[in-house]
Write a protein that binds this ligand. Structure first.
Ligand SMILES: [Zn+2]
Length: 389
């Protein structure tokens, strides 16, 4: 169906077009320009009355939502995770798996594959994200440590087969012996991304991993050795690199605002990626859930284990965008870019997703200008979410 969004403040990657319109034909953006110059009258017109029209958010790193964790739920549970995040503007996502017993990881990968093939009925499921097992056991929490593995290409191949072509991101700790050939193997595959994370790597080991093809750093600063001026470690190597992109959890808890500022100044608006690292507690009615089988609870803005240790994110993409605007004092379009076009580029899907541009899928959000509330979400021009408020 054809639809025109008119009188919108259209958020583009480099600025905002006021009083503008976006025409959608067969789910694809076919025209963008001033409302007064709209070339035709489509079947449906949505007058935004000045509200923002934003590209839908792409969250590369989601563990759970609505009480469900991607490691141990069936297709309905996975679908609930995707639906939970639609309400906060996510229109595409990868489902991340913490280390669990290998057969359980393989089953979760198969489930994600099934849902990706059949569709969630809403947000686009881009595939799976293996946050382990090839990570440094000393850089994961005690509950997941026992399921980490030494790098082993055969195991990676086995998991890739289980994922049935829907594996997208694999995290490595570059200091572990045998990592390099795995990164090279992965970097040579289309649509697969080698990431650096949960690591005690030195600066040099990290630089070498980037040269071998690592394109992404998993939640920069968190679960990696911190920067020191005589020993910059993985954190320093990522900040200094011109080629790698880094995920950032902008919840005000995982990162001090100044650390986030340093990250943005170093990485710039082409390599700074907003993620949620959201766990089951997001959208859970009682603030409880699990990650990798271990119970977690929502406490003061983050998910925590019973011992108080942080277990992952409890924010949503719209929270991350708001906080980036407030904390880093960047324009709206810059924060939105870091939640849309930048992750789309890392994933190699920027030809069809990640910005409001002719030829791309009409994955769109209508946002209230006063508080950036998500009022409506659209996937391919079809409305999938309407705010109840
Ligand atoms: Zn994670």
């Amino acid at each position: 169906m054809d639809v025109a969004f008119t009188h919108a403040s259209v958020i583009l990657p480099d600025g905002i077009l006021e009083q503008s319109a976006v025409l959608v034909r067969n789910g694809v953006i076919s025209w963008v320009g001033p409302t007064s110059e709209l070339p035709e009258n489509p079947a449906e017109t949505v007058d935004l009355g000045g509200f923002y029209l934003s590209p839908g958010f792409i969250d590369l790193h989601v563990h759970g939502g609505g009480g469900n964790d991607a490691t141990d739920v069936d297709l309905d549970g996975l679908k609930t995770i995707c639906r939970t995040h639609e309400a906060s503007g996510t229109t595409s996502l990868c489902l991340a798996l913490v280390p669990t017993p290998r057969h359980q990881t393989a089953r979760a990968l198969q489930n994600i594959q099934q849902l990706a093939i059949h569709g969630t009925g809403g947000a686009r499921l881009l595939g799976s994200y293996l946050e382990g097992p090839f990570v440094n056991p000393s850089r994961v929490n005690a509950y997941q440590e026992r399921w980490t593995l030494e790098p082993d290409l055969d195991v990676l191949k086995e998991l890739t087969i289980a994922a049935g072509g829907w594996l997208r991101i694999v995290v490595f700790a570059p200091e572990l012996p045998g990592t390099e050939p795995m990164i090279r193997w992965l970097a040579g595959k289309m649509g697969l991304i080698a990431a650096i994370g949960h690591t005690s790597a030195t600066c040099e080991q990290t630089e070498s991993a980037i040269r071998s093809g690592c394109k992404l750093a998993t939640h920069l600063f968190n679960a990696m050795k911190p920067f020191h001026h005589r020993d910059p470690n993985a954190t320093g190597a990522v900040l200094a690199s011109d080629v790698i992109s880094a995920e950032v959890i902008m919840d005000g808890i995982h990162l001090h605002p100044t650390a986030a500022k340093i990250a943005f100044k170093s990485l710039g608006p082409d390599h700074f990626i907003l993620i949620t690292d959201a766990t089951a507690v997001v959208g859970s009615t009682d603030g409880r859930g699990k990650i990798g089988g271990t119970p977690i609870t929502y406490v003061d803005g983050a998910a925590r284990f019973s011992n108080g240790q942080m277990a992952g994110g409890a924010l949503t993409m719209i929270d991350a965008v708001r906080r980036m605007i407030d904390t880093l004092d960047v324009p709206y379009h810059t924060a939105v870019r870091c939640a849309t076009l930048v992750p789309a580029r890392v994933m190699g899907i920027e030809d069809r997703l990640g910005s409001i541009e002719v030829g791309k899928h009409a994955d769109l959000l209508i946002l209230d200008k006063s508080d950036l509330r998500v009022l409506y979400s659209y996937i391919g021009g079809n409305r999938i979410f309407r705010s109840p408020y």
